[in-house]
Design a protein around this ligand. Sequence first.
Ligand SMILES: C[S@@+](CC[C@H](N)C(=O)[O-])C[C@H]1O[C@@H](n2cnc3c(N)ncnc32)[C@H](O)[C@@H]1O
Length: 188
Amino acid sequence: MSHQAATSEPIHNNADQTFTKEHSSRYENPSLRLMLKANCNAILSYASPNQPPETIGALVGDYTKPEFGLTEENFLLKPNDPEVSPIFKSKKPIKMLDFACGTGLLDYYLASYLPENSEIVGVDISKNQLDIFEKRLDKIQNKNPTLKIKLAEFDILNEEFNKKKSLSSPKDLQENTFDLIICSISFL
Ligand SMILES: C[S@@+](CC[C@H](N)C(=O)[O-])C[C@H]1O[C@@H](n2cnc3c(N)ncnc32)[C@H](O)[C@@H]1O
């Protein structure tokens, strides 16, 4: 009987091929927006003593309406709600890493909760996803004019991929000093 030896090959990641221009342009649909609003609430209430028991479970809107009629105004937590974590209520700027940031829709939802002069570093393997994020920068900045945003194309798992595409590790990742690291619906 022969046994195949286990290998330690890096996990093959083809997200750069999955997110074609076409796929990226269709990425944001009503269910995704709903899911990201729920994720936004989950992040805002992270480490808060008043964390709501469930976030996704709050989907009790009107099923006949897109996104169940749950809008930013009636669904997202308000900045001073007791469930919002103290990190978002302090005046201290936050440096936040968004691993596999995609099109930046979650960062758009989160922007107005980040203290003045905060910083977002968005890293993603897919140029097409990042292109959509780039186009959204003005809208994000409108919500929080002092927010700094840096985007980088980079594979956070597979060094070979980076070498092949000559992608160098963003300086912020090397410094590794973040107050908050988020990663949403990324099957890495
Ligand atoms: C389902 S999308 C989620 C995007 C965003 N976080 C959101 O919540 O909308 C998954 C993202 O992960 C990115 N991704 C997958 N593997 C990655 C890796 N190894 N390094 C960086 N980004 C990766 C993809 O390019 C894609 O933009």
